[in-house]
Design a protein. Structure first.
Length: 179
């Protein structure tokens, strides 16, 4: 999958996935919230661009700093010290904290390295962790955006991460249907 900065097919896909998430949530009466870091509110924007989103979207936190992740979302300082802010554990605590803060049925949380520049050799730009959580289930994933696009810039990392996070919401819903 090669992504170009202003790739129209990615934009169309994002719009389609956003619409699918909103329509499904309206149909099932579920609510959604977000806790975004490296995507900077892009997922919230994608959701709220769909007509009817006000019926399902409770709100979002753009928690760019560790202090806000801790204060608003309940991310533990021990988690940040042991695993760093760029980790599956932090994403998971962010989504759980957002569920509690908003009282939503589903939360999307994203944290990672948008770039340019790498956090470390182990966590290059494009290292992004997403957690999509409901009260009794969760999907957490390292997206490895750096493998999906050749030297992705900040915008590309944000767009791909947002799209993949929304796809994970649909994956969570598919798991519910399979039960």
């Amino acid at each position: 999958m090669q992504i170009r900065k202003n790739d129209k097919s990615v934009t169309k896909t994002i719009d389609t996935v956003s619409e699918s998430v909103v329509k499904y949530m309206i149909k099932t009466g579920k609510t959604l919230c977000t806790a975004e870091s490296c995507t900077g509110g892009m997922i919230s924007q994608m959701i709220t661009s769909v007509p009817g989103a006000s019926n399902i979207f409770l709100g979002g936190v753009c928690s760019y700093s560790e202090k806000i992740k801790q204060k608003l979302l309940g991310v533990k300082s021990e988690t940040l010290e042991k695993y760093t802010v760029y980790s599956a554990q932090t994403a998971s605590e962010m989504s759980r904290g957002a569920l509690e803060l908003f009282g939503a049925d589903v939360a999307i949380a994203v944290t990672g390295v948008a770039g340019p520049g790498d956090f470390s050799k182990e966590k290059p730009a494009g290292t992004v962790y997403v957690s999509v959580a409901a009260k009794d289930k969760e999907i957490v994933r390292d997206l490895k955006v750096y493998q999906l696009a050749d030297k992705p810039d900040r915008e590309t990392v944000r767009r791909i991460s947002s799209l993949k996070a929304l796809e994970m919401v649909l994956e969570l819903f598919a798991q519910e249907k399979d039960k």
